[in-house]
Every structure is written in structure tokens, then in C-alpha cells.
Design a protein around this ligand. Structure first.
Ligand code: KG4
Ligand code: ZN
Length: 350
């Protein structure tokens, strides 16, 4: 059966058509099309995502993006038998645009609506991109501009929160440090590029909670440490930094973030006695992070799942987890609403 998936949690408007088993059968769907309209250019001059502008851009883009996804899949709305939409967590104004479109379509087509948790979807991208392998149970790690979280994923619909950032997300830290260093937005790719010419040992930046049993993260102190190293202890030295200093700061910052992320993933695997690790989110594009994850996976005999970049960054296809929900009878009520934050207490519910 064919399902139309919609994604508007942050600054990407996404729609995808997926083909998967009809309930009660279960299985990994295939992607017939996946279209993403990025808002990067719109937010670039602000150095970050502006929520209200994001919501307005979704309003403009949602229908053309859905049309394009249907066109690329060579289907029409009449062929669609279910609608899935990310309803949490994310920017409220942005989420409402996707949910409103999804509700209207589900009502008009008289098909079931499935509410998707964006973080479960990010982790499901590991299964979607490895349909012939067993991904669950695993430790799932979502590392993006908005999220840095670890989960024990018992199955596609059962992600138990293990820890997360208490302040900035890792991608957000990359973006803020890039801005401090006078680099462009989004900052991650820029910091990675500049770091290649720098010395990762030039500055011994703090690695919060590194030796703590807790599986939480904190990146705001690291960001401030970069500022002090750049501007002096009071943050007041405004002399333009040399290119080498910028490269050394970028390299030392990046290695600190990678140290933190990889060691927390390793701790989570050990604490839960699991040997599979799934990664999601835009920071997975970082070569230093991928290399260190791969080295750790080989050393610890961990099966590592990293989706291709198009499924790591925000997209609607990862909402293919909806087929598992359909099979489990988890259909959304008509009054389903959006939720800005994470469901952190206990098990995540449908
Ligand atoms: O998942 P994503 O596309 O969007 C959300 O935040 O949901 O992730 C974007 C984040 C940005 O903060 C960006 O700076 C970061 O991922 N990022 C990177 C790299 N490419 C993107 N961070 C580090 N290294 C990269 N190569
Ligand atoms: Zn995301």
C-alpha cells in the first residue's frame, strides 16, 4: 500500500511516498519518492532558524512539495491509502503547518492518519536504509541542530530515553562556534572544512560529563571556552584572529564534540549491554565523527548503522516508521495535536 509522509518539524519542508506492507503484515517500506525543500537560504542571514519565518515558508512550500513527491512517485492522491505526519518534537508553528495539511488530506481521502515522533523517525532511517538487516534492539543516537539524545530502542516504536543535552544540541554548538569564528551558516560543514588545516591539540577544551555515568550532554561551556580562547579571558580582545588560530580553534572544538559524542554512545552501549548503534541527524555528516564511530565500532564489535546523508538530515521518508504503527493499530485521533518538546518520562507513547 502507498503512504504519503509529511515533515515540517523545523526548517525543511518534506514529503515522501512510501510503499509498504498492508496491515497486519509488517516489513520495511521502500521509498518511491522523497522531496525536501530546504529553507537554509532564507535563514542564512539570521545565522539560525527563525521559527515564525520557518512556519511561513512551510505554508508556501507544503503543497508544491507534496505535488512534487506524488509526481516523482508517479501516483496521484487517489492512490494514497494512509497519511503520516511528524507531530513532535519541533517548532510549534512549523509542526502545525504539516499537521494541518495531513489532517485535511486524511479527511478528504478518508484514509488513516498516523502521528510520527520525529526522533523515532530519525532512528528508523537506519532500518529504512538497511532493509535486510536487523537494526533493533539498538542504542539510537540523534545528533542534529535541534537534538542530541540517546535512546534504548527496543523496537521501531519503543525508544526509551537514556539521556540528552541539558543545553545546546551538538549541531547548534557547531553553528554557534562557526558564528564566533566568522564562518558561514550552517556552521557544521564550515567548521569541519576549516578544522582540516588546524591542530586538534592546540586547545584542551572541556568535555562535559565525559567521566560521568549519566548519559547527558552539555555543550554551552565548550562554546564559551572557544569564545575565551578567541577573545581572551574576558571575551574583550577584538583583534581579528589569524587564519591559523581559527583553524586550530575549529579543530580543537570539533575533536572535543566528537570525543563527547562517541564516548557517550559507547557508555550507553555498555550500560545497556547492546551491540548495535544507530545514528541519525545532520551532524552524522561530519567525517571526523563518522571515522571515530567506525573505529569504536570495530574495536568494540558494534554493528554501526549510519543512513546516507539524505536520510540523516530532515526528510519525510524516515516517517516510514508509520508502517510499523499501522501494523500495531496506532492510528491518530481526529484531535491529535503537535508537541514542541520531547516526551522524556518513561517510555515514549504512540
Ligand atoms: O538534521 P539536520 O539537517 O537539521 C536539524 O537540526 O533538524 O541537522 C543540521 C545540523 C546543523 O546544526 C549543522 O551545522 C549540522 O547539522 N551539520 C554538521 C555537519 N553538517 C551539518 N555538523 C558537523 N559537521 C558537519 N559536517
Ligand atoms: Zn531532525
Amino acid at each position: 500500500m502507498l503512504l504519503l509522509a509529511i515533515e515540517t518539524t523545523c526548517d525543511e519542508t518534506g514529503a515522501a511516498v512510501l510503499e509498504g506492507p498492508r496491515p497486519p503484515d509488517v516489513g520495511v517500506p521502500t521509498i518511491r519518492s522523497s522531496v525536501v525543500a530546504s529553507q537554509i537560504e532564507i535563514h542564512q542571514r539570521f545565522g539560525g532558524v527563525v521559527p515564525e519565518i520557518a512556519a511561513r515558508a512551510h505554508v508556501r512550500q507544503i503543497l508544491p512539495v507534496i505535488d512534487e513527491a506524488l509526481k516523482q512517485a508517479n501516483v496521484t492522491l487517489a492512490d494514497i491509502e494512509a497519511i503520516a505526519v511528524a507531530t513532535r518534537p519541533g517548532l510549534v508553528g512549523a509542526l502545525i503547518v504539516g499537521l494541518t495539511a495531513a489532517k485535511a488530506l486524511a479527511l478528504a481521502l478518508d484514509v488513516p492518519l498516523i502521528a510520527i515522533d520525529h526522533l523515532e523517525a530519525h532512528l528508523y532511517a537506519c532500518q529504512l536504509s538497511h532493509p535486510d538487516r536487523e537494526v533493533y534492539p539498538c542504542v539510537g543516537m540523534v545528533v542534529s541542530g535541534g537534538h542530541t539524545h540517546l535512546f534504548e530502542c527496543v523496537g521501531p516504536l519503543e525508544a526509551i530515553p537514556l539521556g540528552g543535552t541539558i543545553d545546546d544540541a551538538a549541531g547548534e554548538a557547531f553553528d554557534k562556534v562557526a558564528s564566533l569564528l566568522g564562518l558561514g551558516y550552517p556552521g557544521g560543514p564550515e567548521v569541519e572544512r576549516i578544522a582540516k588545516g588546524g591542530n586538534p591539540k592546540a586547545f584542551a577544551f572541556p568535555r562535559a560529563f565525559l567521566h560521568d555515568e549519566r548519559l547527558d550532554f552539555s555543550f554551552s561551556g565548550l562554546k564559551t571556552a572557544v569564545l575565551y580562547a578567541l577573545r581572551g579571558q574576558k571575551g574583550l580582545d577584538l583583534t581579528p584572529p589569524s587564519a591559523q588560530l581559527v583553524a586550530d580553534l575549529a579543530a580543537s572544538f570539533q575533536v572535543a564534540v566528537v570525543d563527547i559524542l562517541v564516548s557517550k554512545a559507547r557508555q550507553a552501549l555498555r550500560q545497556k549491554g547492546l551491540n548495535r548503534l544507530g545514528i541519525g541527524g545532520g551532524v552524522a555528516a561530519n567525517g571526523a565523527f563518522r571515522d571515530r564511530l567506525t573505529t569504536m565500532a570495530v574495536a568494540d564489535r558494534i554493528e554501526l548503522f549510519i543512513p546516507p546523508m539524505s536520510l540523516c538530515t530532515d526528510n519525510a521518508a524516515m516517517a516510514g516508521v508509520a508502517f510499523a504503527k499501522l501494523a500495531a493499530g496506532q492510528i491518530a485521533d481526529d484531535d491529535v495535536d503537535v508537541l514542541a518538546g520531547l516526551v522524556r518520562a518513561g517510555r515514549r507513547t504512540p
